[in-house]
Ligand binder design. Structure first.
Ligand code: MIC
Ligand code: SF4
Length: 643
C-alpha cells in the first residue's frame, strides 16, 4: 500500500510507538520556534527543566506579537527571552524582523523536517513540505530539552487539487473553501495533505497560506509536496542546498478524500464571527466597509503584498476606509522599498505599520464601534480585533485591496482592474538574528528578569477525592481567545499569570474569576470543540491559577486539551452528550477514587446537587495519565530521574 507524504515524514522521525491509528507515537523534533507572547512561559519552563544543551538542530525565538511597548513590560519580556536564548544557543529574532511563520519559511524551513512551535499557525511550514505542528509552550520547551514530541497518530485527509485558480481567486479562497467544507472542527485528529496536478500552480507562499489556516480546521498540521516550486523558492533565498523533493506515493491511501478543481474557486469571505462561516463575495454583496487590514502570518508574503501594491498603484484608498498594511518580514519591506511598490502603497493612502502580528492580535488598529473590517488574517472571533461589536470578514489580499478602493466589499471580477502576475525575486534574508556570543556558556549569561515576569503556576498531585463547584458553563466552539482574551491591554501580562487570571473568560462572564476565588476548587462545563484556536497555554494556566480541577466538555480542540493535561487539569468528555443539559452553574461535582479512576477509559462523576452520576470519557494515554496524577508535565518530568 502506498504511503502518504505525512506518514513518510513521521516514519523518518519515529522514535517510539507504532505509526498506526489510535497509537501514541514519539517523534524526533528537528526544529522549534517560539514567539514572545507564548515564549516567556516556554523559556521560564526551559529554565525550570535545567538542561545544559538543547537537542534540536535549530531553535528560533521570534519577537513579533508584543511589539507595541506601551510600558516596560513588553521590552522586559524581549530582554528575558533574548537572555535565555543566548544561554542555550537559540537564535533570537529581534522585534521588527517580522512575523515568526513568515520568517521561518524564508530563513529556516526545510522540506521533510519536523518543526514544533508554540503558536497554532506553525503549520505554515507545511507549505515547504515540513511536518510543522503547533503546541503549548511546555511541549516546545520539552522538545528543546529532549528533542522529541509525543502525539496520537492522526488520520490523513487527502485533498486532490486539479485545475488552476482564476485571476481574482487566490490561495486564501482555497482554504476558505476547505473551511466551508470541513468546518472549524473538521480537521481535529487529522493531518490535511494536498496533492494532485493543481499543486504546481501554487507558489510556496500560496501553499503556506493554505497550511497556515489549516489551524482553523483544528488539524494537527497540513502539508504540501516539495517540488520544483519549492526548489526555486529556496534557491532565491540562497538556500537551494536545503531542497529535497518529496511527495506521497502515487497509490497512497487517504482516510478521507476531497477533490477541488481550482478553476471553480471564486473570491470568498469568512463572515463574522468564525473562519468557517464562508460565502462568496458575490453572494454577500457590496456591503460598506470601514477598515481594511492586510498582513498577518496568513497573507503577508512578498507576492501577496506586491499584488496589493499593483492593484493600488495609481489609485486611491476610498475616503471612508482606513487601509493598514503590516508586511511579513523586513526582507519583504526592503524589497518593496527598493522596487518602488512601497511608494505605490503609501501614495494610494495606505498606512504601513511594523512587520509584526499587530492588528491580527488586537495590538493596535482596533476598528471603530460597529465597524465592518475586512482582514486578510486567519481568525475573526468576536472581539479579537479589540472592538467587541465590530464585524470582521476574512478575505484574500486581492479582495481586500480592491475593496479598499471601492469602499465596499468587492469581487475583483466586477471591476476593470487588471491583475499582473507577480514573479518572486532573489531575496537574501535580512541578517538580524542573534546567536549566543562565541565562547559564552550557559552559566556566563544571566537570565534577565523584569519585575512583571512572575513564576508560572504549578499544580499539585491529583488527590483521591476531587470535589468542585461548577463555576462556568459554556456553549460550543469556545476559543482560547474567549478563555484568555488577548489585546493591547492584556498582552503585556503574558508573563504574569496571576494578573492575567483576573480577566479569564472576561467576555463570556466577567464574574468567573471572583466565583472561582470564592469556590476554591472548581470545574468548567463546555460544549463541542472546547478550546479551539490559539495555542496559548495561558488558557490553561489562568484556570489552573483560579482553581479549575477539570473541564467536562462534549469535545476538545487538540492543543488546548494537551495544555490542560500539561497543567494537570483533566479534560473529560461526556459519554452521553445530553448530560451536558443536566449540569448547572453552582452544582457540586465529585470524583471519588480519582487516582485509580483516571486509569480507566470511563470515570464516574457524581453531581451531589442533583444526585445524578455521569460517565466521562478520559481517553488518556499512559503518559497523560501519569502527568495528571503528578499534577502536570513539569512535575512528572521532574519526578523522573532524567530529562
Ligand atoms: C493567535 O493567532 O491567536 C496567536 C496570538 O498567534 C496565538 C498565540 C498566542 O496566543 O500567543 C496562536 O495562534 O497560538
Ligand atoms: Fe501573529 Fe496573527 Fe499569525 Fe497569530 S495569527 S501568529 S497573531 S499574525
Amino acid at each position: 500500500m502506498g504511503k502518504t507524504l505525512a506518514y513518510k515524514i513521521l516514519e523518518n522521525h519515529l522514535v517510539s510507538g507504532e505509526l498506526s491509528k489510535g497509537n501514541e507515537i514519539t517523534i524526533k523534533i528537528d526544529q522549534t520556534l517560539t514567539q514572545d507572547s507564548t515564549g516567556t512561559m516556554v523559556y521560564l519552563q526551559l529554565e525550570e527543566l535545567d538542561v545544559e544543551k538543547i537537542k534540536t538542530e535549530i531553535s528560533v525565538a521570534y519577537i513579533d506579537h508584543n511589539t507595541l511597548q506601551t510600558g516596560f513590560e513588553n521590552a522586559d519580556d524581549h530582554a528575558f527571552i533574548k537572555s535565555v536564548a543566548n544561554r542555550h544557543g537559540i537564535l533570537f529574532s529581534k522585534p521588527g524582523n517580522g512575523i515568526c511563520h513568515q520568517l521561518h519559511l524564508e530563513n529556516y524551513g526545510i522540506p521533510g523536517k519536523t518543526l514544533l512551535g508554540s503558536d497554532s499557525h506553525t503549520p505554515t511550514g507545511g507549505g515547504l513540505g515540513m511536518i510543522a505542528i503547533g503546541a503549548g509552550g511546555l511541549d516546545v520547551a520539552v522538545a528543546m530539552a529532549k528533542g522529541t514530541y509525543s502525539l496520537g497518530v492522526p488520520d490523513v485527509i487527502g485533498i486532490k487539487l486539479t485545475g488552476k485558480l482564476p485571476a481574482w481567486s487566490s490561495a486564501k479562497d482555497v482554504i476558505l473553501h476547505v473551511l466551508k467544507l470541513l468546518t472549524v472542527k473538521g480537521g481535529v485528529g487529522n493531518i490535511v495533505e494536498y496533492f494532485g496536478e493543481g499543486v504546481k500552480t501554487l507558489s510556496v507562499t500560496d501553499r503556506a497560506t493554505i497550511t497556515n489556516m489549516g489551524a482553523e480546521l483544528g488539524a494537527t498540521t497540513s502539508v504540501f509536496p516539495s517540488d520544483e516550486n519549492t526548489r526555486q523558492y529556496l534557491k532565491l533565498r540562497g538556500r537551494e542546498d536545503d531542497f529535497v523533493a518529496l511527495s506521497a506515493d502515487a497509490d497512497a491511501i487517504y482516510d478521507k478524500l476531497i477533490e477541488i478543481d481550482l478553476s471553480e474557486i471564486n473570491p470568498l469571505a469568512a463572515m463574522p464571527h468564525s473562519p468557517d462561516n464562508v460565502d462568496s463575495v458575490a453572494n454577500i454583496g457590496n456591503i460598506k466597509i470601514d477598515q481594511v487590514a492586510i498582513g498577518s502570518c496568513t497573507n503577508s508574503s512578498y507576492t501577496d503584498l506586491m499584488k496589493v501594491a499593483a492593484i493600488l498603484k495609481g489609485r486611491k484608498v476610498h475616503p471612508e476606509v482606513s487601509l493598514v498594511i503590516s508586511p511579513g518580514s523586513s526582507s519583504i519591506m526592503a524589497q518593496m522599498a527598493e522596487n518602488g511598490a512601497m511608494a505605490d502603497l503609501i501614495k494610494a493612502g495606505a498606512r504601513v505599520i511594523e512587520n509584526s502580528c499587530g492588528p491580527c492580535i488586537g495590538m493596535g488598529q482596533s476598528p471603530k464601534s460597529g465597524a465592518v473590517s475586512l482582514r486578510t488574517f486567519n481568525r475573526n472571533f468576536k472581539g479579537r480585533s479589540g472592538t467587541n461589536d465590530a464585524s470582521v470578514f476574512l478575505v484574500s489580499p486581492e479582495t481586500a485591496a480592491v475593496s479598499a478602493i471601492y469602499g465596499v466589499l468587492t469581487d475583483g471580477n466586477t471591476t476593470d482592474i487588471e491583475l499582473p502576475h507577480i514573479e518572486i525575486v532573489k531575496a537574501p534574508p535580512v541578517d538580524s538574528f542573534i546567536i549566543m556570543p562565541s565562547g559564552a556558556t550557559k552559566s556566563s549569561i544571566p537570565v534577565e528578569m523584569g519585575p512583571n515576569i512572575k513564576p508560572f503556576p504549578k499544580n499539585t498531585a491529583l488527590p483521591d477525592k476531587v470535589t468542585v463547584e461548577v463555576t462556568l458553563k459554556t456553549g460550543d466552539n469556545i476559543t482560547t481567545d474567549d478563555i484568555m482574551p488577548s489585546d493591547s491591554r492584556l498582552l503585556p501580562y503574558r508573563s504574569n499569570v496571576p494578573h492575567l487570571s483576573n480577566y479569564c473568560f472576561e467576555k463570556i462572564d466577567n464574574e468567573f474569576p471572583a466565583r472561582c476565588n470564592k469556590a476554591g476548587a472548581c470545574a468548567i462545563i463546555g460544549g463541542d470543540n472546547y478550546g479551539q484556536g490559539s495555542s496559548r497555554e495561558h488558557a490553561a494556566l489562568a484556570p489552573l491559577h483560579l482553581g479549575i480541577k477539570f473541564v467536562i466538555a462534549k469535545s476538545f480542540a487538540r492543543i488546548h486539551r494537551s495544555n490542560l493535561i500539561n497543567s494537570g487539569i483533566m479534560p473529560l468528555v461526556f459519554e452521553n452528550a445530553d448530560d451536558y443539559n443536566d449540569i448547572e452553574l453552582g452544582n457540586t461535582l465529585v470524583i471519588e477514587n480519582a487516582v485509580e479512576q483516571i486509569k480507566n477509559p470511563i470515570i464516574k462523576v457524581k453531581n451531589e446537587t442533583t444526585g445524578k452520576t455521569y460517565n466521562a470519557v478520559t481517553s488518556f494515554s499512559e503518559f497523560e495519565t501519569s502527568m495528571i496524577e503528578k499534577g502536570g508535565k513539569i512535575n512528572y518530568i521532574k519526578s523522573q530521574t532524567e530529562v
